[in-house]
Design a protein around this ligand. Structure first.
Ligand SMILES: [Zn+2]
Length: 436
């Protein structure tokens, strides 16, 4: 590979900068195009305007806003610390860290695994203070039911798994760079897409049981609701599990996970224990919507569409950054530069992914309303989700707009009201969420 030292071609840095900007713009455009192509068509009426105070207790909303704002700030500080640490390492600082990375150069591929795992563990350690504050705040508002010991054990398990994955990723990255100096990013794209498929397939079977116990939903009203709704909608639901979420949290949730043989609907035990019939039916119908609409394969397709330009951006900008830090592609000391770029590019592409997610969620909501024909139960579900999860029903601000994966509770209630109005269903007077 051609290498230019600081005394080389003076126009090279400018040309490289222009290339990075152009690729970044193209990657953003490709992500927006992918969102546009994969967005479900909006059928049915637009959500009606709703004010939060009519459906949610205003004191609880104020408390949730304060709690959520603080968690957002902690998240941003944590992300900032991670980026700052990777930037310093990428630029060869502190010198002691660089000397350590340079000592891995004689066996570059194995060295890359060690470097990537070490950096992953360092980042986990740096994330502890903000994570701990976020955990304590979550305990204070009554959301987390986990003691410090259990929380630390979870973090430890998570950090170990992340370090293993980072080691594999570092090895593949540096190995590909050494074998395919010009086209490694294209091979890397294949690796990213394959990883997305395999992890979606295996995560519910291999990773999730590390943290929780899953049991087939036992006979009872919840199971009857699932089977009845699945039959009426003609959706092949696969397995339905209850997860022991209550060991960590008092929050309620449900989700669809896995593809192919590992596909499943998972309900939080808190939800099964607390929710009444109409609320359970609303949540199950929403999850069936995700299955009916193939939303997990849709997400994988999104990854496949944004990965090529994303990886090219990582390659061009990462190589330039590694060069500034006195390293180059194919060496373990280049890992921090590429890790930084992967973090930044993944964050950017995630914003587009969130945009897609919001319309996918709205579409699953419309499916649920159509299937149950019960907007009242759907509204009660939103009230329960907000109350039990200490959520802000009507968040505002650009940051929240970008990071949200679901429509706001107020928008979701608006969709239910629009459905009710269209079908001539009277919802009755608004009622506040049931007290816990
Ligand atoms: Zn959903």
């Amino acid at each position: 590979m051609a290498r230019r030292g600081p005394s080389g071609d003076e126009s090279a840095p400018v040309a490289r900068f222009v290339a990075v900007v152009l690729i970044a713009v193209a990657a953003a455009a490709a992500a927006e195009l992918a969102v546009h192509l994969l967005e479900p068509a909006e059928v049915g009426p637009s959500p009606l305007p709703v004010t939060a105070d009519r459906w949610f207790d205003s004191d609880a909303t104020a408390a949730a806003k304060a709690y959520r704002d603080g968690q957002h700030i902690l998240y941003l500080i944590g992300f900032g610390v991670e980026l700052a640490a990777l930037t310093l390492l990428a630029l060869g600082r502190p010198p002691a860290a660089r000397r350590l990375l340079d000592r891995l150069a004689p066996r570059p591929v194995l060295g890359a695994a060690v470097a990537a795992a070490g950096i992953s563990l360092l980042l986990a350690l740096l994330a502890l203070p903000t994570g701990l504050i976020a955990h304590e705040r979550s305990v204070d508002v009554g959301l987390s039911t986990q003691g410090l010991g259990g929380w630390l054990a979870d973090r430890g398990k998570g950090a170990a798994i992340a370090a293993l994955l980072a080691a594999a990723g570092g090895m593949i990255l540096i190995g590909l760079q050494r074998r395919l100096p010009r086209l490694w990013w294209l091979a890397g794209t294949g690796v990213v897409i394959a990883y997305a498929f395999v992890s979606t397939w295996l995560a519910p079977v291999v990773l999730a049981p590390v943290f929780n116990d899953f049991e087939e939903l036992p006979p009872g009203p919840a199971r009857r609701a699932v089977l009845d709704l699945a039959e009426r909608s003609g959706v092949e639901v696969g397995h339905v599990y209850v997860v022991d979420a209550s060991r960590r949290s008092s929050g309620v949730n449900a989700y669809v996970d896995g593809i192919g043989s590992s596909r499943r609907v998972v309900l939080y035990d808190n939800l099964v224990d607390r929710a009444d019939g109409p609320v359970l039916r609303a949540v199950v119908a929403h999850e069936l919507g995700h299955v009916a609409h193939s939303d997990l394969p849709r997400g994988l397709l999104f990854v496949a569409m944004v990965a090529p330009l994303g990886m090219l951006l990582v390659a061009v900008a990462g190589t330039a950054l590694a060069g500034r830090g006195g390293s180059r592609a194919g060496l373990p000391s280049a890992i921090p530069a590429y890790a930084l770029l992967i973090a930044v590019v993944a964050f950017g592409l995630n914003l587009a992914g969130n945009q897609l997610s919001r319309s996918v969620e709205a579409s699953a909501d419309r499916f649920a309303l159509g299937l149950t024909g019960d907007p009242r139960g759907f509204v009660e579900l939103q009230q329960r989700l907000v109350a039990d999860n200490r959520s802000d029903p009507d968040p505002s601000g650009t940051l929240d707009d970008l990071l949200r994966t679901h429509p706001t509770a107020v928008q979701r209630i608006g969709a239910a009201l629009a459905y009710a109005e269209q079908r001539g269903i009277a919802l009755g007077e608004p009622a506040f969420a049931p007290a816990r």
